[in-house]
Design a protein around this ligand. Structure first.
Ligand SMILES: [Zn+2]
Length: 90
């Protein structure tokens, strides 16, 4: 039972975390929310991984030269952000 309780609570935190990861990486979260994010990814391997992948991806997109990246890179980033804001599949 406590495992179920933990997973339910962590599921809610995961939803919150996923919805705020791109703001977190853009450093647009206020410090209280940054702390909440950092605490969650410390204890949640799933979100830890998601955040690491997203950080690497956004970093790679930002490193692309404008001629090679351009609109495509921005579209990919926008699509990733949109998907993060969507509820997880059942
Ligand atoms: Zn999580």
């Amino acid at each position: 039972m406590s495992d179920l309780f933990y997973r339910m609570r962590s599921c809610r935190e995961c939803r919150w975390a996923k919805g705020h990861m791109s703001d977190y990486l853009d450093e647009e979260l206020p410090s209280s929310r940054r702390t909440r994010m950092e605490r969650h990814v410390e204890v949640c391997p799933k979100c830890h991984r998601t955040l690491a992948v997203l950080r690497r991806m956004l970093g790679a997109l930002h490193r692309l030269p404008p001629s090679a990246g351009g609109a495509d890179a921005r579209q990919i980033a926008a699509s990733v952000r949109r998907r993060l804001g969507e509820p997880p599949p059942p």
